[in-house]
Design a protein around this ligand. Sequence first.
Ligand code: SF4
Ligand code: SF4
Length: 270
Amino acid sequence: MVSLKALRAVKVTPGLAARLALLPFRRVKNPCIYCPGICLASCPTYTATGNVLLSPLGYSRFKEVAAKNCLKCWRCSFECPLGFQLPETYSPEPAKPRLHSLKPGETVLVADLELDAPYAEKLAEALGTGLALVSGVAARYSEGRPLDAGATKKLVKRLGGAEALVAASPEVSHALGVDFFALHLAELGVKISYEGPVHVPCLLKPVEEKLLKALEEAGVKATEVDDESCIKQGVKKGYLYLCPRAAALGATTIYDLASTQELRGAAKVK
Ligand code: SF4
Ligand code: SF4
């Protein structure tokens, strides 16, 4: 749903609303050409620089600028009234997610080889879940490639359906339509003793409320919430991060806490 912040940033006149409403019927490949930038206020590279070239409007017109500067954080797509998935339009070649290995379990943690496999291996062992390692997801969030819809569907089916799966990273969750594992901390039997500021990953913005509730139920006391910055621009000292990539930047992550703190034993995620 379009946020108030986005609506305040752009004057949505009746004419503009009518133009946008008709776009889906016109087979328009790039609606950014028609839209004045309803999602601008959500774009971290635009808010950091004030430069329209470094915004969805610029990236949709100049793919080489986008490939280099767009963070592929997907924040704009969550605000776009047309649901345009701009961050996956920078390369014409679809990425095909594939299964690399599978250790079965009642609940299976899914991780991408390039993104989060080392954290997922530790977590799956601590939680007593199965583990599926896949490839091909990372390219969507690093290169801006679309995902091959058929290959994605086939992979989820092969893994036993989204209900039995939890994703080890926000990227895998977003790409495969599988819940991020932290949404099920209580069911997985994880208790986390942490009090301090928490960062909400860009790709989990649509489930922010549910995520913060799940963290709270597991014992996390969030004194402050940062749901505006992207870790690709750097991490803040003292914050708890939920993105595996943040660990490489020296941040404290939920992976360290969830796999080393008291676990009550794995349960099936419902
Ligand atoms: S992504 Fe959507 S909201 Fe953003 S500029 Fe393009 S059409 Fe407008
Ligand atoms: S993916 Fe992120 S950085 Fe790229 S245009 Fe969208 S909001 Fe801006």
